[in-house]
Design a binder for this molecule. Sequence first.
Ligand code: PMT
Length: 409
Amino acid sequence: MKVLLGVCGGIAAYKAAELLRELQRQGAEVQVVLTQGAEKFITPLTFAALSGRQVLTSLWNPAVSDSASAEMPQPFGIEHIDIAQWADVLVIAPATAHMLAKLAHGMADDLLSTIALATTAPIVVAPAMNVNMWHNAATQANLKTLRSRGVHLVEPASGELACGMVGEGRLAEIGEIASAILHAANPIRDLAGERILITAGGTREAVDPVRYLGNRSSGKMGIALAEAALARGAEVTLITTTGRVSSLRCKQIQVESAEQMRTAVLHHLPQATTLIMAAAVADYRVATPSEQKIKKSSEHLTLELERTPDILSEAARLRLPGTLIIGFAAETRHVSEEGRRKLREKDVDAIVANDVSGTESGIGADLNGGTMLFADREVTLPLSTKRKMAESILHELATLRVDRLQRIS
Ligand code: PMT
């Protein structure tokens, strides 16, 4: 998610730094735009250091040129239009009464208000101001206009204000603003009510206490699915081999071997409405791992391998009625044919067949593509980021769920 964070001049401007961190924790890429007023309260350098990007401040010379951020790459070519198009969502926090007035009247006299006019991305405003300014009829009329145009408003909280007065006008809680941003950037909540169990990463099978047999799976595909499912309103449990992802607000279970993954999947399966197995599970493990580190003695070493349990097939057999199961097929040739074979043999609802023969996409890479195979149809998943591919897979899942419900009723 690409977030443009506009900061206006107000005592709450410092809280925008906290918001930036929270958005980064949720996996967002954040570009900060400061108004001249904001610069009086907090320096561009703070945001440049936190975001790792030059902070934009002026319509005429957007990137600030302080010594630290000047070394960072110029984020955009043709300024305000590029910036406006780049964003998935524009958030203005804190938004002053003056900025609300400019937005309501379509005024574009500085970089932030010009971007707001030029962007087609959803806009979230989180106002902060004096209680009387908030209740002023002009401010309320501007808010009414903005709401009617679909601007997402995160209402200020009530309490003691910087001016010493008490009442509405405090910037809303950071968590509240962050969820409004997430919601605005992902208006599709088609997975609300789904409880999705997702596996990610490659399993490791012990050879001895220090060595293992593994594969190149990074967990990125499974994590992208978890992020996208959460954004679409699902409750997610992630079973992963790749370590905790702090930006993901869901239950995460760390496992290592195929056997541990099997135990975790089968334990959580009864509560799940859908299982998606993006993990690269070992097909073989060492039959008898050595209890001691194997010493270098002879020229050749033979390891006896045995089959691991097929978790996907077992889950398909044991699932409760109504549970949907989506597997993956990682292939280096005859991708669709092999995928179709796995769809039949593993008796699942869909298989995402992807090519893992290269280094640019598939296993370990940031990009992926393939075909989603169903018993009666197939959907091409064009080469894209794993997040985009995850969105397409989840769109198909939502369609499948609706189909099933219609068949029952
Ligand atoms: O993690 P990344 O670097 O982002 O890479 C993503 C990926 C390429 C690993 C992912 O997109 C993918 O293809 N995952 C499935 C990898 C795999 O194990 O494919 P397979 O064709 O060997 O297995 C078919 C299906 O059975 C898979 O859903 C797998 O999770 C499951 N399986 C396999 C073996 C086994 N013992 N138990 C299983 O449940």
